[in-house]
Design a protein around this ligand. Structure first.
Ligand code: MN
Length: 312
């Protein structure tokens, strides 16, 4: 038994009857949703919560899979024994966690200076998805949870742009428990985008700036919504895509960065630097990262490109 699994099971046997809130990050994606759903399934008195809305693929997945988390801000912390946070460690991604006791964090993102504090931290940055971790932690996995976790793995590994032997082993065992085959998982794990989302991507091409640097194509664009989806779409061709969205109410830009297979610079490091320079926060994975930055999108995106070029 792995060390992480041992620690999780100890927590499980001590806390299984407690009123725990399983929460994940804002713009909850399929990995976040499938992880809190599977965790929630073995704690009978728990609830699922997210911070704000889901991202578009997450919303479609949750609807089809019947996963309906509440908003964390709608819960009173005195009514619960504490919070378990999955798929993020960044305070900026889970602002409603303020004032809550965090019993445990389960995450595959790298730790950074201002990560959330918790009694127990189960972190494995070599896992391609938090769902991959959760599948290996639970004492038992129901058919429904197995299906959700399989979708989380397919989705967060970006259909295996990332992944290790254990990713595939876990996916196979989840599909076996769920009694489904790959096309069905892919159908949920990578849902058909809505017409609005397709239109958003296609229209963003017109406003996109493209730059060639050495052997790399770098693209930037500002969008109204769904920056992570647009960045993923652009990174089918751009070696690095930076997509910014201005959040007027917060006076900040949300940036999503995605890289193609051959991108040698870890984009989470570029995003962390953006966070530092613009009084925000940044992190994530080498080929899928994000930041919030106190600055206008035009300026922040320009700086993303400068930092990247400086390191290529
Ligand atoms: Mn994830």
């Amino acid at each position: 038994m792995s060390e992480l699994r041992g620690r999780f099971l100890r927590f499980f046997y001590e806390n299984r009857e407690k009123r725990i809130v399983f929460a994940s990050h804002m713009n909850a994606d399929i990995d976040a949703l499938s992880s809190i759903y599977a965790l929630h399934s073995v704690f009978p008195n728990s609830v699922m919560a997210i911070d704000g809305k889901m991202d578009e693929p997450g919303r479609i997945f949750a609807e089809r899979a019947g996963i309906s988390p509440v908003k964390l801000s709608s819960l009173r912390n005195e009514d619960y024994d504490g919070l378990v946070v999955a798929d993020t460690s960044a305070p900026s991604m889970l602002k409603s966690a303020e004032g809550w006791r965090i019993l445990m964090i389960i995450d595959h993102h790298r730790e950074n200076e201002n990560s959330l504090k918790a009694d127990i931290v189960l972190r494995d940055s070599s896992a391609s998805a938090t769902a991959e971790m959760v599948a290996g932690l639970l004492p038992s996995v129901s058919k429904e949870a197995a299906f959700a976790l399989a979708c989380g793995i397919v989705s967060d590994s970006a259909r295996f742009k990332g992944g290790r032997t254990n990713t595939f082993k876990t996916l196979v065992s989840m599909m076996e428990i769920a009694g489904v085959d790959y096309p069905e998982v892919l159908g949920y794990g990578e849902p058909e985008p809505s017409m609005e989302l397709k239109e958003l991507v296609l229209r963003s091409l017109k406003k996109m700036r493209v730059e060639r640097h050495g052997g790399y194509m770098i693209s930037t664009v500002k969008v109204r919504d769904d920056e992570s989806f647009v960045a993923s779409a652009l990174s089918d061709f751009a070696d690095a895509a930076f997509v910014g969205r201005w959040k007027r109410s917060e006076g900040e830009t949300k940036v999503s960065a995605r890289g193609r297979k051959g991108m040698p610079v870890p984009l989470n490091e570029v995003m962390a630097q953006i966070g530092r320079e613009f009084g925000g926060a940044g992190g994530g994975h080498a080929k899928a990262a994000g930041a919030s930055a106190k600055g206008r999108p035009e300026i922040v995106l320009k700086r993303c490109v400068e930092i990247l070029k400086g390191r290529l």
